[in-house]
Design a protein around this ligand. Structure first.
Ligand SMILES: Cc1cc2nc3c(=O)[nH]c(=O)nc-3n(C[C@H](O)[C@H](O)[C@H](O)COP(=O)(O)OP(=O)(O)OC[C@H]3O[C@@H](n4cnc5c(N)ncnc54)[C@H](O)[C@@H]3O)c2cc1C
Length: 495
């Protein structure tokens, strides 16, 4: 590309090669434009690979994008059974990796290439004249530290939220010492593979799980299983609320039997004293203990976690902290771009009311497209998990519809961009297991039918909603969405 290349001939930059970024690239190809996909990880779909041991709660039939399917079919791909619930690793192995390897996409993806800034060529965010007709400048840094600028016609930011979990401390801030403990790996990723890859970190050691959502429940159950094999394993659980019961669901009265059974298992572990629960905890400090200590009287734990409770101060000596406190978007590299975000959810303003986790679970968010996702910056969009900001209710299927509409808008096909073409079940797509929130991984894949999932609602083909959700059904849920720190609203009600 040269300075004189017409803007319409420039590539469309896509940040992130998760399910939504790759789907966006497939739609760009379908419209005879050129995608340029930047992926920070070593392989496509690096974030999904990090939680590959977790079972999805939506079956295959909701996890495959139509434009991606078209590319894959040309490559003799065999589509998985639509009713099966894959794990994250299966989603990568059987769909995302083959998709990234198609001849149309393989040369378009730059792995180990992190986007560190987005701007307009020659214009910082204060410059307005001719802005909409000026190409974007995307700055990247690769694994060797080399920085490169790319000139593109449009930008779709599908970089997810996996890399930016909410902090452990109060008021949305890290606890004192938390950044150092994270850097040392003592505060782990939000969904460590307790029974597999990360087992050595937890076996025979003391783990503190923080948070009251579905990720917490799954990690606690996995730790309980590990303890059966390694009886010296200790498990503590800290929540902001006064009672962990909201995480257990309805037990044998639960409308979804598989989910009820898992809630019952968690309750049993707590009642048997296997899991030590600390309620009303606000974590204030996390400090690396002295792991080299050999004194019999000194703690050999690696971390000391201190906090306040209604009963006074609490100090816990542990080896690992698993933070299941939700996620937030990384907006740092969008500083030179004019974005319009809901002040609470940090989602595009029009989308905020549609995704509020106090009223919506995954299946009840109305499908939406380019119009609701637009920013004052023409041809710049945030899509996928990141478009939901701090809300946890995102579904891949919704993301696929987002990027179909966004790419149509970038290509100038406003009629297609305005249509909403999503087949989304009202319930069932996100209720296979212990939770109905999108942060509701299952322990081991089961089939959709075994969880009592409903059939999909008929295909929707309608104008994009103005703002709110219309006929949303009641979310079926156990526990609390973890997109809010420690499940803010539900806990406040419980107190
Ligand atoms: C445990 C778990 C289970 C889930 N189960 C389901 C389910 O069953 N069904 C469902 O519909 N949804 C589910 N979701 C929600 C959601 O669909 C997934 O998180 C999905 O992976 C989101 O896709 P995405 O492409 O938006 O983001 P991601 O999959 O997070 O991909 C973003 C990519 O961007 C890369 N990246 C980040 N920053 C940069 C940067 N600056 N530059 C370049 N690359 C960058 C990351 O490495 C990553 O590969 C689940 C989520 C989790 C966490």
């Amino acid at each position: 590309m040269t300075e004189s290349t017409p803007i319409s001939k420039l590539p469309v930059a896509i940040i992130g090669s998760g399910p939504v970024g790759l789907a966006a690239a497939a739609h760009v190809i379908a419209r005879d434009m050129e995608p340029l996909v930047f992926e920070a990880g070593a392989t496509p779909a690096a974030a999904v690979s990090a939680w590959g041991h977790i079972g999805l709660f939506s079956p295959w039939k909701y996890n495959i994008d139509q434009a991606a399917r078209t590319l894959l079919e040309q490559a003799q791909w065999v589509e998985p059974n639509g009713d099966y619930l894959p794990t994250g690793a299966e989603l990568v192995a059987e769909y995302l990796t083959p998709l990234a390897a198609t001849p149309q996409l393989s040369n378009a993806i730059r792995t180990q290439t992190r986007v560190i800034a987005v701007s307009r060529v020659g214009k910082d965010r204060t410059r307005t004249l001719g802005r909409g007709d000026t190409p974007f400048l995307v700055r990247t840094q690769n694994e060797r530290g080399s920085i490169e600028d790319h000139v593109v016609r449009a930008v779709i930011d599908a970089s997810g939220t996996w890399e930016t979990p909410n902090p452990l401390g109060q008021a949305g801030l890290p606890a004192i010492g938390e950044p150092e403990a994270r850097a040392a790996g003592l505060v782990t990723s939000p969904l460590p593979d307790v029974l597999g890859r990360d087992r050595a970190q937890f076996a025979g050691r003391h783990t503190l799980v923080v948070g009251a959502g579905h990720s917490a429940a799954n990690t606690l159950l996995a730790l309980g299983e590990l303890r059966e094999a390694e009886p010296s394993t200790r498990i503590s659980w800290a929540i902001r609320g006064t009672d962990p019961a909201s995480v257990y669901g309805g037990g044998d009265q639960d409308g979804l039997p598989a989910r009820g059974a898992l809630g019952t298992r968690l309750r049993n572990l707590v009642e048997a004293g296997v899991i030590e629960v600390h309620t009303s905890v606000t974590i204030t400090n996390v400090s690396n203990a002295n792991p080299t200590s050999t004194s019999a009287t000194e703690s050999t734990s690696e971390l000391t976690v201190t906090g306040t409770t209604r009963a006074g101060a609490v100090t816990l000596d542990v080896d690992r902290v698993v933070p299941t406190t939700g996620f937030r978007p990384d907006l740092s590299f969008l500083r030179e771009i004019r974005v319009d975000l809901d002040p609470i959810a940090e989602a595009p303003t029009g989308l905020g009311p549609l995704i509020d986790p106090e009223f919506h679970s995954c299946g009840t968010v109305a499908p939406h497209g380019a119009r609701l996702l637009a920013h004052p910056e023409k041809d710049f969009y945030i899509a996928g998990m990141k478009s939901y900001g701090r809300a946890p209710t995102f579904l891949m299927a919704t993301g696929y519809e987002q990027v179909r509409s966004i790419v149509a808008a970038i290509a100038g096909d406003q009629e297609a961009a305005e249509r909403v073409e999503l087949v989304l079940p009202e319930t069932g797509v996100c209720s296979a297991d212990i939770g109905s929130s999108c942060d509701a991984p299952s322990v081991g894949a089961v089939t959709a039918d075994s969880s009592g999932c409903c059939e999909p609602a008929p295909a929707v083909e309608a104008a994009e909603p103005e703002s709110c959700c219309g006929e949303a059904g009641q979310p079926v849920s156990i526990g609390i969405p973890t997109g809010l720190e420690h499940g803010r609203s539900a806990h406040q009600e419980a107190q």
